[in-house]
Design a protein around this ligand. Structure first.
Ligand code: AMP
Ligand code: ZN
Length: 119
């Protein structure tokens, strides 16, 4: 998609701090990190969200790639602990409509979620 910011990153048209890449996916640092490690894992081909992934004949291959990316990032950042988050749809907080998974490590999100639930 010509006006999609993550397509532009995937095609090298705008800069990003790329930390992992294969033929099918690319992972780069989030512009506004919420944790010491906050990487976005995206397919290079445009899919708007998880619903489009679910309808795609690439779904199994892409999810396998995402799994492999998590393991590569674990090695890169010397950890086995992370949150993998997908916001699907505007009401769920999605703001960029090119499928992406937030790989977040270095903070205990469960504490934050528990605190938010009690507030
Ligand atoms: P979401 O709200 O789940 O759609 O997440 C979108 C994420 O993309 C946010 O965490 C933004 O900080 C991040 N983001 C937006 N533009 C860029 C960019 N040019 N490079 C890296 N991250 C970005
Ligand atoms: Zn896109």
């Amino acid at each position: 998609m010509s006006d999609c910011i993550f397509c532009k990153i995937a095609h090298g048209e705008i800069p990003a701090e790329v930390v992992y890449e294969t033929d099918k996916i690319i992972a780069f640092n989030d512009l506004h990190p919420v944790a010491p490690v906050h990487v976005l894992i995206i397919p290079k081909a445009h899919l708007a969200d998880m619903n489009e992934l679910a309808s795609s004949d690439q779904r199994a291959e892409l999810m396998e790639e995402v799994l492999q990316a998590t393991q590569a990032l674990c090695k890169l950042y010397h950890t086995r602990s992370f949150n993998l988050i997908n916001n699907c749809g505007q009401e769920a907080g999605q703001s960029v409509f090119h499928l992406h998974f937030h790989f977040i490590s270095g903070v205990d999100l469960t504490q934050k979620i528990a605190a938010a639930a009690q507030a």
